[in-house]
Design a protein around this ligand. Structure first.
Ligand code: IMP
Ligand code: MG
Length: 339
């Protein structure tokens, strides 16, 4: 499909990085463009046994033929971005929109010292909230003012819309997750912007009619970092026993966890107009599913869960992740007639 948007369906950390990087290799998009809040996101991409952690670049970075872009709605931390550009040698294929907001040291300091943000909300401390405050006040800097970024700055919405109108494949990567959306999440325990599919499109500068598919990503269980409700939350001991205890990419904090939540999944499909579902970490829930590449080789209980998700959400589960490596993925799009 020419334009596919990929978003998180729970509280972030659903494994979007893994799904997006798989699709980047498989579908070979011309452009991968990132929407979302900013460097508060941490995406882990494992490709050819190498683990990559990304906070600013699109997770499609592993496909060297794909042009990488960052939409105008995304906050850029120039230091984090420059480090990743160097690390992935991406300088020749990255465009940052000239109007991306800039995170400065003062924003990071505020995010880390403010009693409400740090103490009550439990933010990632990456400066996103305070930088978005300045953006709304119209006092914040934008990327075209930063000399260090001059050679990477361009008109992302124009390039993305031009590619879409030529029928080229474009992947739009969301960050965070539906229930930490400023508008639709568990307010006030949320991030500083809406992060549902429509907001991700607005970040990039494409309208609703430009989108062909919305893939919402769920993990096989639910996790959450920071404060706020988590229905069915397990004790840390129980999470550890089940192998669900995770550590956050950006902050190193322990993630809280709970079983898969069908109610939340159903609502996330609605809020994002999802046309497809991707489910990750199936190998953690069903060890016999580890590294499976065919639906038919999944254990019966795993297949049953897929059917239940489809029944409850009335949406096809088209991609199933069965391991951290990009290759450990079941792609059902063809057999379901979705390609
Ligand atoms: P902020 O986005 O740093 O302001 O943090 C606000 C809330 O959103 C906190 O509970 C964070 O843990 C959470 N959050 C922000 N970004 C992510 C993410 O990428 N994954 C998971 N949680 C996130
Ligand atoms: Mg993450």
């Amino acid at each position: 499909m020419p334009c596919t948007v990929i978003v998180g369906g729970f509280f972030g950390d659903e494994g979007k990085g893994k799904i997006v990087s798989f699709l980047a290799v498989k579908d070979n998009p011309k452009i991968a463009v990132r929407g979302g809040v900013g460097p508060n996101a941490g995406h882990t991409v494992v490709f050819r046994q190498k683990e990559n952690k990304l906070r600013m670049l699109p997770s499609a970075v592993i496909n060297e033929d794909t042009k990488l872009m960052i939409g105008a709605g995304v906050l850029v931390d120039p230091n984090v971005l420059m480090r990743e550009i160097e690390l992935f040698n991406a300088g020749g294929r990255i465009t940052v929109d000239s109007q991306c907001g800039v995170i400065e040291e003062k924003h990071i300091e505020k995010d880390r010292s403010d009693a409400y943000l740090k103490g009550k909300i439990g933010t990632t401390g990456t400066g996103c909230g305070p930088a978005n405050v300045e953006r709304i006040m119209r006092t914040g800097k934008v990327c075209r003012e930063i000399p260090m970024l001059a050679k990477y700055v361009g008109d992302v919405s124009y390039q993305v819309n031009t590619a879409i109108s030529k029928g080229e494949t474009v992947h739009v990567e969301g960050t965070q997750g539906t229930y930490i959306s400023l508008y639709h999440g568990t307010y006030p325990y949320v991030t500083s912007k809406d992060v549902t599919a429509s907001a991700i499109c607005a970040d990039v500068g494409i309208g609703p009619k430009a989108v062909d598919d919305v893939i919402v990503v769920f993990k096989a269980y639910v996790t959450r970092v920071g404060a706020g409700e988590l229905p069915g939350e397990l004790t840390e001991q129980e999470a550890e026993k089940r192998g669900w205890l995770e550590r956050a990419t950006v902050t190193g904090r322990t993630r809280r966890s709970a079983p898969f939540n069908y109610q939340l999944a159903k609502r996330a499909v609605m809020l994002n107009s999802a046309t497809q579902i991707a489910v990750t970490k199936f190998d953690i829930l069903f060890p016999a599913a580890k590294a499976a590449k065919e639906f038919s080789s999944l254990p019966a209980e795993a297949k049953k869960m897929v059917e239940k998700i489809e029944d409850e959400t009335k949406t096809p589960v088209s991609i199933i992740s069965t391991g951290a490596d990009t290759e450990a993925t079941i792609d059902r799009r063809k057999e379901l007639g979705l390609l």
